[in-house]
Design a protein around this ligand. Structure first.
Ligand SMILES: C[S@@+](CC[C@H](N)C(=O)[O-])C[C@H]1O[C@@H](n2cnc3c(N)ncnc32)[C@H](O)[C@@H]1O
Length: 222
């Protein structure tokens, strides 16, 4: 298991700039492709939800008022943006109350998380564009499974390995540069195989492509 228990260390200038410009960098792909996918995935959720690596909190406005979310994120700069976004939740949704969201500066692998989220306690775990970045994606999925109630849902919106060998070669070639540029994001991970190997039941899945091959899925803990 890898630990990312480094939330107390100071962040580099690049990390802070990355968080600052992340939403602007993602804006085009979010508005053209990802936001409506996020909405479809997250809007039906209710009950206790664990969101892992919540970044700048882009998912927060998409939860319904039935959602009771604990959002963890190890980057203080990312979390600062997420918390700023939370202050506008009331204003952005006049028709219904905002979801309940508690934020914690923690990452998968931090010991505090073990106590914060007891085993078999959550109705859903959300990973959006995170399994590419966490130091140990296998551990992240095992942790999610251990925290889900039986019948709880695992929700994924991730970029995945290309289906074509040319696409995979390109991902492998770009990966060393991309990883540095995008704060540890790997282009050559295979989250689909990782989740399958943990024995979840697949409820629905959709592979789609824009600039990268993406995958959206709902799994059930059995
Ligand atoms: C590409 S961003 C995605 C953010 C957000 N989930 C989204 O959909 O836009 C990946 C996030 O994973 C976070 N991360 C890195 N290591 C992590 C860990 N060990 N546990 C949880 N999140 C982590 C990063 O700080 C970053 O905010």
């Amino acid at each position: 298991m890898c630990s990312s228990a480094d939330s107390l260390r100071s962040e580099s200038f690049y990390e802070r700039m990355f968080a600052r410009f992340y939403d602007r960098f993602m804006n085009r792909i979010e508005t053209t492709v990802l936001l409506r996918r996020r909405q479809r995935l997250l809007r039906p959720l209710c009950g206790r939800i664990l969101e892992i690596g919540s970044g700048t909190g882009i998912n927060f406005p998409l939860y319904s008022s039935e959602a009771d979310v604990v959002a963890i994120e190890p980057s203080r700069s990312m979390m600062q943006k997420a918390r700023e976004r939370m202050t506008t939740l009331d204003l952005s949704r006049r028709a219904e109350p905002p979801p309940k969201i508690r934020t914690e500066i923690l990452g998968i692998g931090d010991p505090e998380l073990e106590n914060l989220i007891p085993p078999n306690s959550v109705d859903a775990v959300v990973f959006t564009l995170v399994l590419c970045t966490v130091p140990d994606p296998e551990y992240a999925i095992r942790f999610a499974k251990s925290r889900l109630k039986k019948g709880g849902k695992l929700l994924l919106l991730e970029h995945v390995l290309a289906e074509s060998s040319a696409g995979r070669i390109l991902q492998k070639t770009l990966n060393p540069f991309w990883k540095r540029f995008a704060q540890g994001c790997h282009l050559d991970r295979d989250p689909i195989s990782i989740v399958r190997s943990e024995g979840f039941r697949l409820l629905e899945a959709d592979r789609f492509r824009n600039t990268l091959p993406f995958y959206q899925a709902i799994y059930e803990s059995i």
